[in-house]
Design a protein around this ligand. Structure first.
Ligand SMILES: Cc1ncc(COP(=O)(O)O)c(C=O)c1O
Length: 398
C-alpha cells in the first residue's frame, strides 16, 4: 500500500491528490513573493521592521479591528493574549477538548488550568451549555476555537462570558477570513489569535502568528511581552525590563510573504466553499457525515472533515487511490498524557471522544480542480457501496 506523496504524482487511479498542496499557490505568486523577499534582503532588516508594521495594519483592517500584533506563532498568540489579560497560576480557562494541543498548552504555559469542555452534538465546536456547567469561581476566560474554519457559536459564548465576567480569547488559527453574524472572526472576543503555519488558510512559509484586539492596552501589553518586555517598546530605556517577557516576534521575511497573500485570502476561501458545496452535493445521500454548508461565508473550510464510523477503512481506501487524508484529532485533549485531569475521566466528554474515532479530513485546498473534487467524492462513494454490498452494518455511521 502506498502513501500519497505530498506533491502529487502518478498512481493507479490517476495523479495523486494530496491533502494540502501549497506548490500551486506559490507557483502563481512566485514573482511577487521573490521580489518582496529581495527587498527584505536588500534592507537587511529582518525582525519587526516595515513589513511587520505594514502587515499588522493590513490585518487589522482586514479583521475589522483596531490593533493587530505580529508574534512568533499561533501558540504564542494564545499565550501572550492570556498573559496580557492577566491570566495567572490557579486560574481556570475553559477550552474545548476537541482541538489542537496548542489551545490548552497556552493555558498551561501560564500555570493556569485548562478545564475541558465537550463539543456540541452534531457538530465539532465547543458546546456553550457544557461550558456553563464547568464554570467555577476560579474561571477567568474561555477559548472558543473556530475549528476546521467554522465559527464557534459566538452569540451564546459572548452571553456566557458577559454573565460570568470572563475574557474571551478566540482561537482563529483555522479560520482566517471567516465570519460570524457578518463580523470577521478575531474581532468578536477580547483578542483573536491567528496562526500562519503553512496548513492554514493564510499560510506562511514557516511559523508566524498574530493577536487582534480592539483594546489598545492589551495590544500594548502584547507588544511589550513579545520583545522581552523591554521598556523601549513603550518609549522607555532600552535594556530595562519591568517584567518577564518572551521572545516572540514575527519576522520580516514571513510578513513580506504574508502581505503578498492577504489580498487573495477571501477569494481562496470562496474556492474552499465551492469545493465544500460540490462535496456536499455528491455525498449527501451517502450516509457519510459532511460538515455544515456555509451560505453566508462564515465557514472557510481550513479543513473539510467527514464523519464515518468506518473511518480507518475509508482512510486506507483513499490512500490506495492516491488521496491524502488526515485525522484531526485522534485523541481528545482530556485523554492525552499531558492534559489528563482526574476531574475529567474517559467517558466524561462523550461527543469529543466519539469525534476522535470518526473524523477524517479530505483535500479542500483552493487550487483543487472540479475533476479532482469529483475523484475524491467518487472514491468515497465507491467505499460506501462496497460496504453495503458486503452487508456491513452501519457501514458509514448512518
Ligand atoms: C486550533 C489551533 N490552535 C492553535 C494552533 C497553534 O498554531 P501554531 O502552530 O502557529 O503555533 C493551531 C495550529 O495548528 C491550531 O490548529
Amino acid at each position: 500500500m502506498k502513501e500519497a506523496k505530498p506533491g502529487g504524482g502518478p498512481c493507479r487511479f490517476g495523479v495523486d491528490i494530496p491533502l494540502i498542496d501549497l506548490r500551486s499557490q506559490h507557483r502563481a505568486l512566485q514573482p511577487k513573493i521573490f521580489s518582496a523577499l529581495r527587498q527584505v534582503f536588500d534592507s537587511s532588516v529582518f525582525v519587526v521592521g516595515p513589513n511587520v508594521r505594514a502587515f499588522e495594519e493590513e490585518m487589522a483592517r482586514f479583521c475589522e479591528v483596531e490593533h493587530a500584533v505580529g508574534v512568533g506563532s499561533g501558540t504564542d498568540a494564545l499565550t501572550l493574549s492570556l498573559a496580557a489579560l492577566g491570566i495567572k497560576p490557579g486560574d481556570e480557562v475553559l477550552v474545548p477538548s476537541f482541538t489542537y494541543a496548542a489551545t490548552a498548552a497556552a493555558v498551561c504555559h501560564l500555570g493556569a488550568r485548562p478545564v475541558f469542555v465537550d463539543s456540541a452534538a452534531g457538530g465539532f465546536n465547543l458546546d456553550p451549555a457544557d461550558a456553563e456547567r464547568h464554570i467555577t469561581p476560579r474561571t477567568r476566560a474561555m477559548i472558543p476555537v473556530h475549528l476546521y474554519g467554522e465559527a464557534a457559536p459566538m452569540g451564546e459564548i459572548l452571553r456566557l462570558a458577559e454573565a460570568h465576567n470572563l475574557w474571551v480569547v478566540e482561537d482563529v488559527a483555522q479560520a482566517a477570513g471567516g465570519r460570524w453574524d457578518g463580523k470577521r472572526l478575531g474581532s468578536l472576543g477580547h483578542t483573536g489569535c491567528f496562526s500562519f503555519y503553512p496548513t492554514k488558510n493564510l499560510a506562511g512559509c514557516g511559523d508566524g502568528g498574530m493577536v487582534t484586539t480592539n483594546d489598545g492596552e492589551v495590544a500594548t501589553r502584547v507588544r511589550l511581552l513579545r520583545q522581552q518586555a523591554d521598556a523601549s517598546v513603550l518609549g522607555g530605556r532600552k535594556y530595562t525590563h519591568p517584567q518577564v517577557g518572551y521572545n516572540s516576534r514575527l519576522d520580516e521575511l514571513q510578513a513580506a510573504i504574508l502581505r503578498t497573500k492577504l489580498p487573495h485570502l477571501d477569494s481562496w476561501n470562496r474556492f474552499r466553499q465551492k469545493h465544500a458545496r460540490q462535496y456536499s452535493s455528491r455525498l449527501k445521500e451517502s450516509g457519510v457525515g459532511v460538515p455544515r454548508l456555509s451560505r453566508d461565508g462564515s465557514h472557510v473550510y481550513c479543513l473539510f472533515t467527514l464523519r464515518c464510523s468506518q473511518r480507518d477503512g475509508l482512510r486506507r481506501h483513499l490512500r490506495e487511490r492516491g488521496i491524502g487524508t488526515e485525522i484531526y484529532y485522534p485523541l481528545p485533549l482530556h485523554l492525552q498524557g499531558a492534559y489528563r485531569d482526574p476531574g475529567c475521566p474517559e467517558g466524561s466528554l462523550p461527543v469529543s471522544e466519539m469525534l476522535s474515532k470518526q473524523t477524517l479530513s479530505i483535500p479542500v485546498y483552493p487550487e483543487l480542480t472540479r475533476e479532482q473534487v469529483d475523484r475524491v467524492a467518487e472514491a468515497i462513494l465507491e467505499f460506501v457501496h462496497q460496504g453495503s454490498e458486503v452487508g456491513m452494518e452501519e457501514a458509514v455511521g448512518r
